[in-house]
Write a new protein. Structure first.
Length: 198
């Protein structure tokens, strides 16, 4: 049974670089209740689920799985973002050894850091980090989707071959596993409007 149109919007967060538009379009074709897409940064991707301000969220792993359902969706290639004149632009791809003497303007989730002493960078968003890279001060390693989102004429990126990919998944609270949640899971998994859960 479809929820009446007077019900509150179904709020789906999406981490920077994720693109939920296709799924949102299918939802809007099939459902009467409104869907609200809410951009979130990676540092706050779990908070919205746990405080109830989001019904579901496209998250970038790792996340604390306690109390969460999570469906891994796809993997993202890590890339290094550099200024257009940087030496690594001569290669099609790079390894971490090629970056060992760089200033890394954004901490990498893997814990990898270059071998040279690092500047004490302030906390910054991925967008801010790309702006710093554009000034020629350092490099940033981010998922390719993030590099594409914040592309500029004065920076470029190259795949980093020896870092594991990151994974984007769909997460929601175990206690909020209701009909609307399962309907959105169905959309994401490509179920037709007539197919049942499973």
């Amino acid at each position: 049974m479809t929820t009446p149109p007077s019900s509150p919007a179904f709020r789906v967060g999406f981490v920077t670089g994720a693109t939920p538009d296709k799924w949102a379009g299918v939802w809007r074709e099939r459902r009467r209740e409104p869907l609200e897409l809410v951009p979130v940064d990676q540092e706050h991707q779990e908070a919205g689920l746990r405080d109830g301000s989001l019904d579901m969220c496209l998250v970038r792993l790792p996340v604390d799985r306690d109390g969460l359902h999570l469906i891994p969706l796809y993997e993202e290639q890590p890339v290094v973002v550099v200024g257009k004149e940087h030496l690594v632009t001569a290669a099609d791809e790079v390894a971490l050894d090629d970056l060992s003497e760089e200033q890394l303007v954004l901490p990498h989730p893997s814990g990898w850091t270059p071998s040279v002493p690092q500047l004490d960078w302030p906390a910054m968003s991925a967008k801010d980090a790309v702006e710093v890279v554009a000034s020629g001060t350092g490099v940033a390693i981010v998922p390719m989707s993030v590099a594409r989102l914040y592309s500029r004429k004065d920076v470029t990126y190259r795949p980093v071959t020896d870092l594991p990919p990151t994974t984007v998944g769909l997460a929601w609270l175990v206690e909020h596993d209701d009909e609307r949640t399962q309907a959105f899971v169905g959309v994401v998994r490509g179920r037709t409007a007539r197919s049942s859960r499973g």
